[in-house]
Design a protein around this ligand. Sequence first.
Ligand code: SAM
Length: 479
Amino acid sequence: SRISPFLQYGPTAEADSLAILHLRRDLLIPAVLRSQDDLNEGYDEGKVTNTRFGSFPHSTLIGTPWGSQVRASAVDTGSRGRKGWEGKGKKGQKRKREGQTPEEGIAEKKAKSEDLEREANVGNAEILGQDAGVETKVAVEAASGFVHLLPATPEIWTASLPHRTQVVYTSDYSYILHRIRARPGTVLIEAGAGSGSFTHAAARAVYNGSPSAGVEESATKVLRTDGHGKVYSFEFHEQRAQKLKEELIEHGLDSIVKLTHQDVCQDGFHPGSTKTSSIAANAIFLDLPAPWLALKHLTRSDPSSPLDPTASIYLCTFSPCIEQVQRTITTLRQLGWLEIEMVEIAAKRIEVRRERVGLQEEGLRGVNDSPASVDEALTRLREVERRWRIFHKESAQDGKEAGMEGTPLSCTMQVSKPQRLENIRNALEGRKLYREGRLVHKPEPELKTHTSYLVFAILPRDWTEEDELQAHQQWPAKV
Ligand code: SAM
């Protein structure tokens, strides 16, 4: 079986794998790339993702290096309309079974393609002809835009996933995973799973390099194989749990994440009904409305405790309100958790870019700084030099007579102006990065809204008499 793209991805987009179409910084569309059209609309091009910036047949995406800019294609969304309805792809077959006539199908397709046309702002739809008395007006979409093709990483997934709940964002989960010491081999408990944003990041953090990493399970016992990272995830909303389960399978993460539909406040953290299993977790993340109600199931005194008896346990709770934080901290204290601390992540975006040498200030008004206009800029530069020469009555003939033909003008002129011209010429011709201007950074003026308060705590491992004895044997006290 193939390794999840969330854990490791190759150089190019692959068929039957998740890819993200990046339209804008705040507009990303996830798509599982299919080379066959039998799951889709019956287009000639195979499966197509339609966006407001145009249509992208998956055949143009599969095999394309990640990060590429891909232009929209002209897609005939209707030429196979009738064939499709007459039983070619799976959808056609399904609709046939549901008793939809080809004419009804074509009419529905027509309405859909008109919607598409509006959405893509295409404007060049054509009447292609008559089909069984129904005008099949189809959008021959213009190649109007482009997308960037990105691999599915947890960060990109967080920015593009379908929201079923509030989600934990990258700025928070990167810090949380660091503080709860999630690393390859960690066994992590998460509740509630919600839309799976944190789940994906956690799965990558604990992944230990083996595609079948995880636990060996039997009906009554769940054993942790040492060093095998695992996420035990819990969600009590049935549809959310089901949807996330499907996503985890589709994303190839189901061997690392075990998702259970369960109320953790009531039933604790044993996946399934058995109380005899021990999942031996050493990191915990609770994104619940009332985390303090779940804490009673995270003690060491319970013989079926889900905690690793041989390790310290690192916990984080995620709550938007300070009252939730207060209740959580009170309960943590009562249950013997230590090093309790609250943190709020105030992430601020900082734009870093190079501020170009002011060509305009240098007398080249109207010259665009973009690389596309280098030729134009050089022509203007020569013109400025020529005028400067005339102005200073330094004719080309003078130069010839002096044996200076071909010598840069700057050698024969006063220092300031020619030197500036020379700098511009170098900047335009050389295009070296360090000549592209000063590095400047601009922080966002305002902080984005508050997300949540993070409460961290540690439950130290139990220290028994046996441990004390062993410690004495290992490190005998010096007398
Ligand atoms: N961390 C998630 C993410 O990054 O996508 C978002 C979690 S969402 C804010 C909180 C979730 O906790 C909801 O989906 C809710 O159904 C679930 N939940 C609330 N109480 C629960 C309980 N007692 N047991 C299990 N899940 C619970």
